[in-house]
Design a protein around this ligand. Structure first.
Ligand SMILES: [Zn+2]
Length: 342
């Protein structure tokens, strides 16, 4: 593992075509029962191998174990009815048919702990595991029970805390909470979103990260991005509170985004996973393009706290494109590492 500028991905990587329909979100599994369990483990091994071939330092399961970064976790909870669907507006951006909260939510048994243990057995490298954040979970459901986004987020935070403690005990080095909703509901983030996140990481014995991005490269997101103007200053609204929070690492979208890099100054002191790979295009970055983003970030992040990363997950991309992007990330980080050594 590189001591300086260790590379990682934001989360998901493409799934093999024998496991699920490629280049699709929410893609249905092609296997069932025992075959599905083994298929996911085999896909995890392939995904890990791909990351290792590219020289990625902090590895993950490539999210081969789940269909969707929020839904799969919620499917394992009681209190949510997947048959009773309602249409809600997600992240104030697009309508989707979602499950309903119909009673108290609870985690009956661990969700990803066995999968994380399996990944831990495959490698001695540091591993990162992604969970949805409480606010993003709330924003992906219809709530007919608590009738309060804040109350529901608090219940989810308690459930996430149980899962996170067990993931850490299973040997996970970094637990990352995905909170794209943090980029939309600024008042709620500052009122209770960050507090709920801090509840989720309470007493968790490994490093913790929050991933705040502008979403996968799907049309609803790219259309929304066009409405945001030439400078994206969303992060500015939430960085001061995040800087004061207990979260260790903040994962951000920086490549090809219109986020002014100087905003990162507002979280000085935190470790920053700087997104240097754009997941919304099939064009593979050159190592020099990756290096440029990292050099800009170094003006505002201390070198020992800079973690080169991807903007978001790569599950909707063709496998060869994703692999090319992982290689570019490694090569770009190596350029800047060499410059720092001089
Ligand atoms: Zn993301």
């Amino acid at each position: 593992m590189n001591e300086w500028l260790p590379t990682s991905t934001a989360g998901s990587l493409p799934k093999p075509a024998w496991l699920a329909e490629p280049e699709t979100l929410w893609s249905a599994w092609k296997l069932q029962d025992r075959e599905l369990i083994e298929g996911k483990q085999d896909a995890l091994r392939v995904s890990l191998h791909d990351q290792q071939q590219a020289g990625i330092d902090i590895v993950s399961d490539g999210e081969q174990t789940r269909q969707h970064f929020v839904t799969t976790f919620i499917e394992h909870l009681s209190g949510v009815d997947f048959e009773q669907r309602k249409t809600v507006r997600i992240r104030d951006r697009y309508d989707a048919s979602v499950p309903s909260v119909v009673g108290p939510v609870a985690r009956e048994k661990p969700v990803f702990v066995d999968d994380a243990r399996f990944l831990r057995q495959q490698t001695d490298q540091p591993i990162k595991w992604a969970l949805p954040g409480p606010m993003t979970m709330v924003d992906t459901l219809y709530d007919g029970h608590y009738k309060s986004r804040e109350k529901l987020a608090w219940e989810f935070a308690k459930i996430l805390n149980q899962e996170a403690r067990e993931l850490a005990a299973a040997g996970v080095d970094i637990i990352q909470f995905d909170e794209p909703a943090f980029n939309v509901f600024f008042d709620e983030v500052n009122d209770w979103g960050i507090a709920a996140l801090e509840k989720a990481i309470e007493g968790v014995e490994c490093e913790t990260a929050v991933h705040i991005c502008y979403g996968y490269g799907i049309k609803a997101n790219t259309d929304w991005k066009k409405t945001l103007g030439s400078e994206w200053r969303q992060y500015e609204e939430i960085f001061p509170r995040l800087q004061a929070s207990n979260i260790d690492i903040i994962s951000l979208e920086c490549q090809n985004s219109h986020v002014p890099m100087e905003l990162i100054e507002l979280i000085r002191g935190k470790k920053v996973m700087v997104g240097a790979i754009d997941v919304a295009t099939h064009t593979i970055e050159t190592p020099e393009e990756v290096a440029n983003v990292l050099r800009k970030a170094l003006q505002f992040v201390d070198a020992d706290k800079l973690y080169p990363c991807t903007n978001c997950g790569m599950t909707p991309l063709p496998r060869a494109v994703a692999q090319g992007k992982l290689n570019a990330l490694s090569a770009g980080a190596a350029i800047v590492r060499a410059e720092l050594a001089l």
